[in-house]
Write a protein of this length. Structure first.
Length: 324
């Protein structure tokens, strides 16, 4: 790692540690003691009836934290004067906004103006993972909500499924996240679905010459063409990110990545670097609990990126609208 990257990572780490020091476990113990239980009960009740929502709720947390930090700016609606993050291409397929609003309504009824939308996103993401059979972790709370949301910033900061290794490394490092975090957080692709436009260039026009991505297993590519994305213009077909195991939080995603069957270029990128490839192999050959423990650690780390605490930001009354 060159001198520039050492300095950049050190600065990013300092910013994260300074802000996250003000987060703490059981932040709402006195101000809203039932807050985390209310969130957990709602998730436990509704996600089993809508299991496909677990992945989008986890993805929402990721997309929120990568733009202006974990401040719930991803929830803000666009106005006539501003195109918010929701309007950016990476967020057009996000789902679960109504789910977050329902949790917020319950918490506002319990303790008005106390629990931030940013904390709700972080707690819901954790609890949704648990319902899918994944790990649990202690979520430090005390985040406050941002008041700025710009589509252009979402487009610039959120790693795209078409990202190569260099782009992924840069965008993660900009948030104080390292290569292990990249591998572990990519493991979220063990649950959920995608749509053809996120990867059809790998099937039909990888270099702009009507060719196929050579890093994609040919048999898997042929299967996707024959059974899923039958044309380059298919915008509606649903494709499992972890075929055969897309509702279960497990190691199967990494097994597919090593077989060159990761759905996205960003998945394939994990085995183009010797360090990340070796870490993927370690996870596949190790116990499931190791992945669970390490994934939990990276989620806590990501959940502290650029947080607003103290007097910064606000506690939104409604998650989609900045307080007037």
């Amino acid at each position: 790692m060159n001198h520039f990257w050492v300095i950049k990572l050190a600065i990013a780490g300092l910013v994260i540690s300074t802000a996250s020091a003000q987060l703490k476990l059981d932040y709402y113990a006195k101000s809203c003691p039932r807050a985390e239980t209310i969130v957990q009960n709602f998730v436990s009740k509704h996600i089993p009836n809508a299991p496909s929502l677990a992945s989008p709720l986890l993805r929402m947390h990721f997309h929120d934290c990568f733009v202006r930090g974990c401040d719930a700016s991803v929830l803000i609606n666009s106005t006539s004067n501003n195109q918010a993050e929701k309007s950016a291409a990476p967020n057009l397929t996000l789902r679960g906004f109504g789910f977050i609003d329902s949790v917020k309504s319950l918490l506002e009824a319990e303790c008005p103006g106390i629990v931030s939308c940013a904390d709700i996103i972080a707690l819901v993401a954790r609890d949704a993972v648990v319902v899918t059979g994944g790990p649990s972790w202690s979520v430090p709370t005390g985040r406050r909500d941002g008041t700025v949301s710009k589509a252009s910033e979402a487009l610039a900061n959120i790693p795209a499924p078409t990202s190569n290794f260099s782009t992924l490394q840069t965008k993660f490092a900009n948030k104080g996240l390292d290569l292990k975090d990249l591998v572990l957080l990519s493991g979220a692709h063990t649950i959920g679905i995608s749509h053809c436009p996120a990867f059809t260039n790998r099937l039909y026009n990888f270099t702009g010459k009507g060719d196929e991505d050579p890093s994609l297993d040919p048999e898997y590519a042929a299967n996707l063409k024959a059974r899923k994305c039958k044309t380059p213009t298919d915008n509606t077909t649903i494709v499992e990110m972890d075929p055969g195991s897309f509702r279960t939080f497990d190691l199967h995603y990494y097994t597919l990545v090593l077989k060159r069957r990761g759905l996205f270029q960003s998945d394939a990128a994990l085995i183009t670097n010797s360090l990340t490839k070796s870490y993927v192999s370690e996870l596949v050959n190790g116990p499931l609990q190791t992945f669970f423990d390490k994934f939990a650690e990276s989620m806590v780390k990501m959940g502290q990126v650029g947080v607003k605490t103290g007097s910064a930001g606000e506690i939104r009354k409604k998650c989609a609208v900045v307080n007037s």
